[in-house]
Design a binder for this molecule. Structure first.
Ligand SMILES: Cc1ncc(C[n+]2csc(CCOP(=O)(O)OP(=O)(O)O)c2C)c(N)n1
Ligand SMILES: [Mg+2]
Length: 802
């Protein structure tokens, strides 16, 4: 593609016009949403107008000049109106969606990969996460290329537009550390240094700390402080004094003067540095408006400076640009410390309209009020490199084996089963085995990935041999790093795990190369990274999360590591299908399903069989245990496999006179099985329901009810069918090593009474027997609960179970 030299004066003139237009469109979008559309329900758009205006120039320079199709950007959440305005000018955003900004199905308040239609690369919203996502996306790009995939495409730069207060989020620093370890490249962070957060003006001199910090981790730091006008004035007689004054001006005072304008600048400057000579002449040579323009000409608002700085980069080292900006630049509340939620009044908007030459009813016209001929502007826009073909990719699906083989020991834990399954996959040559990439925050061995890593090696761009191996020191693990390795070892920070999974899980869209990411961690630490997990799901990244050990079953390992709430997270987290199998043959079925499920992306209605939106796919969470339990010897039939995936099956079908059903999930299976055996003499036809996914059972049930409410009377979900023949007077004892609410809802399906057992408190250590007794999830507790549900006849074994 031929391209004009970016800094030609003709192009700069066009970019200057577009910059104005972008600010107008963004402001009008916000104004329209507040004053014209949504004001009847009192919906106010806070935090957008001032916050987005500080990025107008930077984003104009990037999107209309610097960026290439292979580049990917995370835009600061509150810059969404600027982003959508740019996309509108590039023909990728509709007027309707701008008119409905923040309204139903309109353009989103924060750029959203899944909900917006205008080519958002990375969602943002929860500050800090999108920033780290760009870093991990760069690592993933390196991973993909090191494996020889996608070499026909140019390398992209992963760019984040970062709010300065966003840098308060710890996850950003966690990611910087990880980036350094992995030799981060092709990553730009452009800090919108407007020295304001939501509530406040930030501390003096923060940039100097950032500079040291980034440099310490191998980043280039480029400080973009003064624009071309100010730089020019510094070269005039008296300019040194002006530079000195502005360099030492406190943030608060600078902001206040920005807000007050030309007259205030003049008074202050003359009072403080006026000398009756060169400095005074420099000031007095300018009108109030010119002086204001000069004094607010920070580099972050100066297109020539920005285009030059971005265009000059001729290396792939990570760069942190600290771009000085003004929050609310070019708007009436510019610089005011309370401006975060500031909105222009209708009167202010009219003044702005007049300044922009916009006629009423022409507010949305792309070139209204501009001085350059529309045809010329349109030709420029049509030729913008960023929107050239090749931005969006669709990677083909990786073939998945119908079943996974594994040798099942008589006693085995699901965690051991997971390790054995991956070991088997790692042994074979298959496409799926090559596309799997595992990662773990310093718990690779303790989550049982060791055998897989021994086979497939660790990933690093540079080869690094395991010294223990070369020194012939016996060790179970072969820790060789190479560009072909398939395990990415992370430090302990769980936020990094989830953001890396988010990046790996979007590789099909970002790099056009599909990966099958599997991340392992201890179950309780899901909560440590929960916002990042939610973020990954919100972006529709696809991965398999294996959390082990879990619950109080890890007993002697330590009370602090027990998890209670995670089964409920599994139920509640959108975009994540949660499973908690008890047996290894179930796990094999679920893992095979997961490999396929994470690759699905069809639009469409729920399946009529289980009422789940299986065709759209999603990510998968496996809650596993370290408890070895006796395995069931059985053949895996297609029916059983289907039921396992759908969420439950009868391990013992209840008879017609059934009085009690025990419904269990996960590692408490032995207690449930034993309790049913002990009750058999005193209770008729006891049923035993094995629940493999409370999440999918619940989701199917909810969807089926909704379908019936829409008139599809015949619809039945999987759990409704399973419980259909259970007599109405029968009670259900549910049990899970997690919060009892996980399965308590089973009673609402057909109105059976439920006694939900589970764990509500944690922290006690001991043997599994001690702990189960302590928290009331042992065999006795199940039998006692059954007795309580149907007390007419005592269960004799209960007395022996104290
Ligand atoms: C995790 C998280 N916490 C809080 C918020 C609410 N919030 C949105 S923007 C913001 C601060 C904005 O400051 P900065 O990043 O400097 O952007 P600016 O408004 O100056 O452009 C806060 C606290 C959020 N979006 N995400
Ligand atoms: Mg800020």
């Amino acid at each position: 593609m031929t391209r004009r030299t970016p800094s030609s004066s003709d192009e700069l003139r066009i970019l200057g016009e577009l910059e104005k237009k972008v600010l107008w469109l963004a402001s009008w979008t916000i104004h329209n949403a507040n004053h014209l559309r949504h004001n009847t329900d009192g919906l106010k758009v806070g935090g957008h107008q001032a916050s987005s205006a500080s990025l107008t120039s930077i984003m104009t320079a990037l999107y209309f000049s610097t960026l290439r199709p292979q580049d990917r950007v995370a835009v600061k959440p509150h810059a969404s109106p600027i982003y959508h305005a740019i996309q509108y000018l590039l023909g990728q955003q509709s007027r309707e969606k701008l008119e409905d900004f923040r309204g139903y199905k309109g353009a989103q308040s924060y750029p959203s990969r899944t909900k917006d239609t205008d080519d958002v690369d990375f969602s943002t919203g929860s500050v800090g996460l999108g920033v780290a996502q760009t870093l991990f996306s760069s690592l993933v790009q390196d991973y993909v290329r090191a494996h020889g995939w996608g070499m026909e495409r140019p390398e992209g730069r992963m760019i984040a537009l970062v709010g300065d207060a966003e840098l308060d989020e710890g996850n950003i620093f966690e990611s910087i550390l990880e980036g350094w370890k992995h030799g981060l490249r092709n990553c730009w962070w452009i800090v919108d240094y407007n020295r304001q957060s939501l509530d406040a003006v930030i501390r003096e001199g923060l940039w100097a700390r950032y500079e040291k910090l980034f440099a310490a981790f191998g980043w280039d730091v480029v400080i973009l402080k003064y624009g071309s006008l100010l730089e020019g004035s510094f070269r005039e007689p008296g300019g040194d004094a002006l530079r000195h004054w502005i360099d030492s001006c406190p943030n608060q005072l600078y902001s206040a003067l920005v807000f007050q304008g030309g007259g205030a600048w003049r008074k202050r400057l003359l009072d403080e540095i006026g000398d009756g000579g060169a400095v005074t002449r420099l000031i007095e040579a300018r009108t109030d408006a010119e002086l204001h323009r000069l004094m607010t000409n920070l580099a972050g608002h100066d297109l020539p400076t920005l285009i030059d700085a971005f265009g000059k980069v001729d290396h792939d080292r990570p760069i942190c640009f600290i771009a000085y900006t003004i929050k609310g630049f070019a708007l009436p509340f510019a610089g005011h410390k309370d401006n975060h939620a500031g909105l222009m009044t209708p009167a202010q908007m009219e003044i702005f309209r007049a300044a922009m030459n916009i006629r009423p009813a022409h507010e949305w016209d792309a070139f209204e009020g501009l001085t350059i001929a529309p045809a010329k502007l349109q030709a420029f826009l049509d030729d913008v490199p960023f929107t050239a073909a090749g931005r969006r990719h669709r990677a083909k699906r990786i073939a998945v084996p119908a079943e996974l083989t594994v040798t099942i020991q008589p006693e085995m834990s699901t965690q051991a089963g997971f390790g054995a399954l991956l070991n088997e996959i790692g042994r074979e040559t298959s496409e799926i085995a090559d596309r799997i990439v595992t990662t773990s925050p310093d718990v690779t061995v303790s989550t049982n990935l060791g055998a897989w890593v021994n086979r497939r090696g660790l990933f690093a761009r540079e080869k690094l041999a395991d010294i223990f191996k070369s020194e012939r020191i016996p060790s179970t693990f072969n820790w060789d790093f190479s560009p072909r390795g398939q395990h990415i070892e992370l430090g302990i920070a769980e936020m990094n795990l989830f953001i890396l999974l988010s990046a790996l899980g979007l590789s099909h869209a970002i790099n056009g190369e599909r990966l099958i990411p599997i991340g392992t961690l201890y179950d309780p630490f899901i909560q440590r990274g929960l916002d990042a997990l939610n973020y990954a799901c919100y972006q529709d990244a696809r991965f398999i999360l294996v959390a082990t050990p879990s619950g109080v079953t890890l007993a002697p390992e330590g009370g602090a590591h027990q998890s209670i709430a995670t089964p409920l997270i599994g139920i509640a987290q959108d975009g994540l299908a949660a499973f908690e199998p008890a047996f290894v043959d179930e796990l094999a079925v679920i893992l095979a399903f997961a490999f396929d499920y994470i690759q699905r992306d069809a639009a469409g209605d729920p399946s009529e069989r289980n009422w789940l939106r299986d065709e759209t796919g999603g990510s998968v969470y496996l809650r596993l245990s370290t408890r070895p339990i006796e395995q069931i010897k059985r053949a895996m039939t297609p029916e059983l496999a289907q039921a396992i995936v759908d969420g439950a099956y009868w391990l013992r079908k209840p008879g017609p006179n059934c009085q009690v059903v025990v419904a269990y999930a996960g590692a408490v299976a032995p207690e449930a099985i034993q309790a049913v055996g002990l009750m058999a003499e005193d209770r008729r036809d006891v049923g035993l329901l094995a629940v493999t996914s409370a999440d999918r059972l619940n989701a199917g049930w909810t969807a089926a009810q909704r379908a019936r409410e829409r008139g599809l009377a015949q619809v039945r979900s999987h759990i409704e069918r399973l419980l259909a023949d259970v007599p109405s007077q029968c009670g259900i004892v549910s049990i899970v090593d997690g919060h009892p609410a996980t399965l308590a809802w089973l009673g609402a399906v057909h109105g059976h009474r439920v006694r939900p057992l589970g764990v509500e408190h944690f922290g006690q250590t001991g043997s599994i027997g001690d702990i189960y007794r302590h928290y009331g999830i042992d065999t006795r507790a199940i039998v006692a609960a059954a007795q309580g549900l149907a007390p007419e006849r005592p269960i004799r074994h209960l007395r022996m179970l104290s």
